[in-house]
Design a protein around this ligand. Structure first.
Ligand code: NAP
Length: 497
C-alpha cells in the first residue's frame, strides 16, 4: 500500500512528477502527523497520463467485456479482502469515524459489483425496417480516454463509482483525486493495476486542481469528464469542457433541508437529523444543513436537537466511541468557523457549539463542536449557502406551503427529507419539492440501485447518470447500423446454394 509514495501512476508505472516536486498531506485529527508525500504534478504529467491512456485505448476497447470484467472482479475481490486497511487510510486522510470509512468501502464494493454486472449488459437493439432484406441495429461503443476528478469527502468510493462503469464501457481512465486525500485515490488505482490491467488503462495523477485538474479536463484528447465537487468548480469545468464539446457529468454541492411536521415521530426525526447533519462532520453533499420546522413543535424539536448534538463525542475517527471526527483539514476548519462567525453576525441564535474545540485531545486537530443555530431567517447566508461542516440551521415556518417554498427558492436541488406520519403530506412533499433525492422519514435518502445517485438544478449537471442502471450509458455512445445485402451475397461461399 505504499509503493506509490511521491508518485503518479502513468502507463503502468509509478513515476515521480516530471518536475520532481512533491507535497505532504496531514491527518486532520493530528496535524503533526504526515499521512503521505505525493507527486505535485503539472501539465507535463497530465500530458504523459493522457498519452498513456490514448495509447492503451485501442486494445482495451477491443477486449471483450467478459475479459474486462475478469480484471475488475479481481480488483473487487482484493478490495473486499483489504476492506479494513482501506477504511483506515480513509479515516487517516479524511478524519471520518472508522465505522463511516468502513461503510464507504462497503458502498464501493456494492456499487462496483453492480456496475461490473451492468457492463455485461451493454446491449444495442435490432429493429425491423420497412425495406426487404434490410437490418437496422445499434451497438454501444466506448468514448476513448476519459477524465475523473474527485473530492475528498468520499475519497475512495467516488473514484470507484466513476472508474468502474467507464472501464467496463471500454474507456481508458485518468483519475485526479482531491489533494487533501490523494492516498485513497492512489490506493484504488493500485488495486486496479494489480488486477493485471494493461499499462495505460488506468492512470492517476495527483496535484492541485487549478493546474492538474484544469489541464486534464481542458485537453481535447479527453472524450468525457466526470466530476464530483463544488458547484463553482463544476461550472469552471463545464466551461473548459465546452470548448472541445466534451460531454460532462457534474455532481455538485447542496444545501439539503429537512421539514418536520407536528405529527412526526420526533425521536426518529431527531436521530435522523443529527446523523444527517453531523456524520462525516457535515461534509456529505447530502448532509442535512437546514431544518424547517412548523412553529407549533419548533421549541420541542430544537431542544431535543441541541441535546443530541451536545451528546456527540467529538474524537479522532479511530476512537471506539467517536460520534464525530474532525473536519478535513486546516482550511476547511477556518472556512467553517468563518460561516459560524457570519451566522452570529447575521443575528442567528447560537444554541450550541459555535467554536473550535481545544484542549488535550483536540490541540493538534481540526475539531469543531457540533453547532446548532436557531431563528435563522431565509435571507441569512447560513440559510442559503453550502457550509459543508458540522453546522445545523433551524428555520421556522407557519405552514407546510411556506416550508416547501423555502426549499424551492434555493438554486440547489440535491436531497430533501420530510418527517411526518401522514402519507398525504409525504406524498404532496415528494411531488412538490424541487430536488432529485427525497427522503420520507429518512435523513440521507441515497437512492438504491437501479436508481442513480444525484440531484437537480445547481446540484447536478450533465449528460448522464453516475450510478444505477444508467451509469454506464454516459460512458458509451450509440452506433446505429443500417445494412442491406445483395440477394447473391452468399454466392460462391462453400456450402451455400
Ligand atoms: P472542489 O474544491 O470542487 O474539488 C473537487 C475536485 O476538483 C478536487 O479534486 C479538486 O482538486 C479539483 N479541482 C479544483 N479546482 C479545479 C479546477 N479549476 N479544474 C479542475 N479540477 C479542479 O470540491 P471539494 O472541496 O473536494 O468537495 C466538496 C464539494 O463536493 C462540496 O460542494 C460537496 O457538496 C461536493 N460533493 C458533491 C457530491 C455529489 O454527488 N453531488 C458528492 C460529494 C461531494 P484539489 O483537491 O487539488 O483542489
Amino acid at each position: 500500500m505504499s509503493g506509490f509514495d511521491g508518485k503518479n501512476f502513468i502507463g503502468g508505472e509509478w513515476r515521480p512528477a516530471a518536475s520532481g516536486r512533491r507535497f505532504d498531506q496531514r491527518n486532520p485529527a493530528f496535524l503533526h502527523e504526515v499521512t503521505g508525500t505525493f507527486a505535485d504534478s503539472a501539465a507535463a504529467d497530465v500530458d504523459a497520463a493522457i498519452t498513456a491512456a490514448q495509447a492503451a485505448f485501442p486494445a482495451w476497447r477491443a477486449l471483450a467485456p467478459p475479459k474486462r470484467k475478469a480484471h475488475l472482479d479481481k480488483a473487487l475481490r482484493e478490495m473486499a479482502a483489504q476492506r479494513d486497511e482501506i477504511a483506515a487510510v480513509i479515516t487517516r486522510e479524511n478524519g471520518k469515524a472508522l465505522r463511516e470509512a468502513r461503510g464507504e468501502v462497503d458502498s464501493a464494493i456494492k456499487e462496483m459489483d453492480y456496475q461490473i454486472a451492468e457492463g455485461m449488459r451493454l446491449c444495442g437493439q435490432t429493429v425491423p425496417v420497412e425495406v426487404d432484406g434490410t437490418l437496422a441495429y445499434s451497438t454501444r461503443e466506448p468514448l476513448g480516454p476519459v477524465a475523473l476528478v474527485t473530492p475528498w469527502n468520499f475519497p475512495f468510493n467516488v473514484p470507484c463509482r466513476k472508474a468502474t462503469p467507464a472501464l467496463m464501457g471500454g474507456n481508458t481512465v485518468v483519475l485526479k483525486p482531491a489533494s487533501l486525500t490523494p492516498r485513497a485515490g492512489l490506493l484504488f488505482a493500485e488495486l486496479l493495476a494489480e488486477s493485471g490491467l494493461p499499462p495505460g488503462v488506468v492512470n492517476c495523477v495527483t496535484g492541485a486542481g487549478g493546474s492538474v485538474g484544469a489541464a486534464l479536463v481542458g485537453d481535447a484528447r479527453i472524450k468525457a469528464v466526470s466530476f464530483t465537487g463544488s458547484t463553482p468548480v463544476g461550472k469552471s469545468i463545464q466551461l473548459a469542457a465546452a470548448r472541445n464539446l466534451t460531454p460532462t457529468q457534474l455532481e455538485l454541492g447542496g444545501k439539503n433541508p429537512a421539514i418536520v411536521l407536528p405529527d412526526a415521530d420526533l425521536e426518529l426525526a431527531v436521530a435522523e437529523i443529527v446523523k444527517g447533519a453531523f456524520a462525516c462532520s457535515g461534509q456529505w453533499c447530502t448532509s442535512t444543513s437546514r431544518v424547517i420546522v412548523l412553529e407549533e413543535i419548533a421549541d420541542e424539536l430544537t431542544e431535543r436537537l441541541v441535546a443530541a448534538a451536545r451528546g456527540l463525542a467529538v474524537r479522532d475517527g479511530t476512537a471506539e466511541d467517536c460520534g464525530m471526527g474532525p473536519v478535513c483539514g486546516a482550511k476547511q476548519k477556518a472556512d467553517v468557523l468563518g460561516w459560524i462567525a457570519k451566522g452570529r453576525a447575521e443575528g442567528a441564535h447560537l444554541l450550541t457549539g459555535g467554536a473550535a474545540l481545544d484542549g488535550e485531545d483536540y490541540d493538534h486537530g481540526c475539531f469543531i463542536a457540533p453547532t446548532v443555530f436557531d431563528r435563522v431567517t431565509p435571507a441569512m447566508a447560513i440559510a442559503r449557502e453550502e457550509i459543508f461542516g458540522p453546522v445545523l440551521t433551524i428555520l421556522r415556518a407557519a405552514t407546510i406551503d411556506e416550508a416547501v417554498a423555502l426549499i424551492n427558492r434555493l438554486p440547489f436541488g440535491n436531497a430533501a427529507a420530510i418527517y411526518t406520519r401522514s402519507g398525504g403530506s409525504a406524498r404532496a412533499f415528494a411531488d412538490r419539492v424541487n430536488v432529485g433525492m427525497v427522503g420520507i422519514n429518512i435523513g440521507v435518502p441515497v437512492p438504491r440501485e437501479p436508481f442513480s445517485f444525484g440531484g437537480w438544478n445547481q446540484s447536478r449537471f450533465g449528460a448522464g447518470d453516475i450510478t444505477g442502471d444508467d451509469g454506464i450509458r454516459f460512458w458509451t455512445k450509440l452506433r446505429k447500423v443500417t445494412a442491406r445485402w445483395p440477394e447473391d451475397a452468399g454466392a460462391g461461399v462453400p456450402g451455400w446454394h
